[in-house]
Write a protein that binds this ligand. Structure first.
Ligand code: CMC
Length: 428
């Protein structure tokens, strides 16, 4: 255990305990800082701030390592299923086959949403962004199902977890069907999670969906890639909202809202827009690289850079390899893949990106794979949300089960007016 940290402030020396995580991450526990010194820390974007201790996901951003509950991501991508990985993340260890069967049945049985919820969809504009609809209907689950919060029993929480994992897929596909003016396809209990999603997306009363095992496996892999990523913007939003003891569905809705942003899960859609722009413009990727380097231009290369990874994002490496295989099999290969590969090659040689350690992130190749599956661009972030659902719930569960948990309430350094007398409107 390292020594306490010593802080000398206004000539007075104080000690603060340090702690080291199981993978050697070091932290200074400053919980007593304000009480003992009157000072707070200021850390915009929480770049140096740990909000919790967690046993769920380990990332070493310098080395490009990502593990769920200790298991490296590539081993899960090669061997596991989405629902098995979900159980791992939710419960802390891999399930037995009996446990996995029971959880799978529970998810399958929970996939139907109430007809009133389906009817709610009819009142959204057809062209509504599916992330907006997903957020609204996830929040609405609280109106249809028992309240689940910090004080609920383990059984109630497990049931709600299975329901969220199941219904996010149903809501997503119903939203898509409505956007194209087709009847919804109800969940089919005989299909696996990913098969069921693809079937609800692409089958119709007049044509059945031909399932391609490579596409089904690619979707499982993509979902596994997204299951959790420790204290990112959306997981932190789930924890923050949940810390007020708001119900689980409300907390997850906050995660969906955070994920939608183009700096977070919305980047997979932004990447495809950018690759499309490069294609349509007929310009070389270097023109766009120069634009991204120009500080007078707000343009950034979507799909590059990460707050934590200062190395190749391990998720991007796995997705790139599956994406290349799937696209090679398809007739009339997507020209955007070549553009992406060339753009990446140029970026990795460029001094600007090398100096700032900006590498492709999870969103750079995932959109190409979704597109190869026939999933429309504005559904990409929804797919991210489907994959991330177990992680959000696991983060929430971990937080509410910790008796030391407090409501999240950051401080600020106020820089506004000093006391100012009210001026009546006629005198202004
Ligand atoms: N293109 C050009 N320059 C970039 C990029 C980029 N994609 N990303 C970062 N930079 C530059 C940035 O301008 C800054 O330069 P300087 O030091 O000269 O001011 C430096 O690199 C550090 O960037 P930052 O914005 O301080 O880093 P951050 O940790 O606050 O932001 C990020 C991380 C992911 C928001 C950012 O890299 C970014 O905007 N990337 C593009 C959007 C994207 O792909 N998002 C998906 C993230 S991964 C999935 C997820 O979390 O949802």
């Amino acid at each position: 255990m390292p020594d306490d940290a010593t802080l000398i402030l206004e000539g007075v020396e104080r000690k603060f305990p340090t702690l080291v995580g199981s993978e050697g991450e070091k932290a200074i526990d400053i919980a007593a800082l304000r009480g003992s010194t009157g000072y707070i820390t200021l850390d915009p974007g929480f770049v140096n701030t740990g909000s919790c201790e967690s046993k769920i996901t380990f990332i070493d951003g310098e080395k490009g390592i990502l593990r769920y509950r200790g298991i490296p991501l590539d081993q899960l991508a090669d061997n596991s299923s989405f629902l098995e990985t979900a159980m791992l993340v939710l419960n802390g260890s891999l399930p037995s086959s009996g446990e996995l069967d029971a959880f799978t049945s529970r998810v399958t049985e929970s996939a139907l949403i109430p007809e009133e919820m389906r009817a709610m969809l009819d009142h959204f504009p057809r062209n509504a962004h599916p992330m907006c609809v997903l957020g609204a209907l996830t929040n609405a689950l609280a109106a249809f199902y028992p309240h689940v919060s910090a004080t609920s029993s383990a059984e109630e929480i497990d049931l709600a977890a299975a329901r969220l994992i199941a219904t996010v897929s149903t809501i997503a596909t119903f939203t898509y069907k409505r956007s194209i003016g087709e009847a919804v396809v109800y969940p089919d209990a005989s299909l696996s999670y990913s098969e069921n999603f693809l079937n609800m997306m692409f089958s119709s009363p007049v044509s059945s969906y031909e399932r391609d095992p490579d596409i089904v496996r690619a979707l499982e892999m993509l979902l596994i890639m997204h299951v959790d990523h420790e204290q990112n913007c959306s997981a932190s939003s789930v924890r923050l909202v949940g810390s007020s003891h708001a119900n689980l569905y409300a907390a997850i809705t906050a995660g969906i809202a955070a994920l939608w942003g183009p700096l977070h899960g919305g980047a997979n859609q932004a990447v495809m827009d950018m690759l499309g722009d490069i294609h349509r413009s007929g310009k070389s990727p270097s023109t766009f690289i120069e634009m991204a380097k120009d500080k007078s231009n707000s343009f950034r290369l979507s799909g590059f850079g990460h707050r934590v990874y200062k190395n190749y994002d391990p998720r991007a490496r796995i997705i790139k390899s599956v994406c290349t295989k799937v696209l090679q099999k398809q007739a009339g290969k997507d020209p955007l893949l070549d553009i992406a590969v060339n753009l990446e090659a140029e970026v990795l040689k460029d001094e600007y990106f090398i100096k700032r350690k900006l590498y492709p992130n999870v969103d750079f190749y995932s959109g190409l794979l979704y597109k190869a599956m026939g999933i429309p661009t504005d559904m990409f972030t929804v797919l991210f949300a489907i994959g991330r659902m177990p992680g959000w719930i696991a983060q929430w569960k971990e937080m509410v089960s910790n008796p030391a948990n407090k409501i999240g309430r950051p401080r600020q350094v106020y820089t506004g007016n000093n006391e100012t007398a009210y001026t009546p409107i006629k005198k202004r």
